[in-house]
Write a protein that binds this ligand. Structure first.
Ligand code: 3NM
Length: 217
């Protein structure tokens, strides 16, 4: 694989996020090890409960592992930690600092992802200089605390058909519906509970990959 850049960071089918609360007693680091061993090449560290020091320590370990695997590493929310560990990207939400200010902090090399839930937010994200957007929640999910109602396929199809920015579909995506998400225009999907909540993470990733390949045919 070539160098990871702001432009190509989403060039992969399956984007894996951590979620230690749902990880059946395994640590974020253990779960990421499984994901990388299963061939995942894009990891986001998402951890809302731990203190900064503990998050930094985990991110340093995951940075090392992702680098060795040639995988991209994105940190959710914590811009300071993303900078400290030399992450490939940082992912922010609508309530976080505006993208131009995030850019001033992280410099020109790091990718910035922004969660969006409406066409208006997506258009603003493009104008703001985000490198990619999250599009969701596609289906109902209880994983995110400040959850909004599902946007369904309508918003996904709008982004796929009208915007020239890399995007990732997220929210309630499972093995049984991932094929449909690809058929509706997604080229990258992000998942938390379907993967971290599975005993056999490698088996689940293989099954997801099979469903994605079938949808692409
Ligand atoms: N962001 P699961 S939905 C982190 O719509 C996150 O922006 C969303 O978790 C958004 O795969 C979501 O378990 C939760 O549904 C995704």
């Amino acid at each position: 694989m070539g160098a990871i850049t702001r432009r190509n960071i989403l060039d992969t089918d399956i984007y894996c996020l951590t979620g230690e609360k749902f990880s059946l007693g395994r640590s974020n680091v253990e779960v990421v090890r499984e994901m990388l061993d299963a061939g995942i090449r894009l990891i986001q560290y998402r951890e809302k409960e731990k203190k900064a020091g503990a998050k930094l320590e985990e991110c340093l370990a995951i940075r090392k592992m992702t680098r060795e695997a040639g995988a991209a590493f994105i940190v959710n929310d914590d811009i300071d930690i993303a900078i400290l560990v030399d992450a490939d990207g940082v992912h922010v939400g609508q309530e976080d600092l505006p993208v131009p200010e995030v850019r001033r902090l992280v410099g020109e090399k790091m990718a910035i992802g922004l969660s969006t839930h409406t066409p208006e937010e997506a258009l603003k994200a493009v104008e703001s200089g985000a490198d990619y957007i999250g599009v969701g929640p596609i289906f109902r999910t209880f994983t995110k605390e400040d959850v909004v109602d599902p946007v369904g396929f309508e918003y996904l199809e709008y982004v796929a058909g009208n915007l020239d920015i890399p995007f990732v579909a997220i929210g309630g995506i499972k093995e049984h519906n991932v094929g449909e998400v690809f058929r509706r225009g997604a080229r990258c999907v992000a998942l938390i509970t379907e993967i971290v909540g599975e005993t056999d993470i490698k088996g689940k990733i293989a099954a997801l990959r099979q469903a994605v390949e079938a949808a692409k045919e």
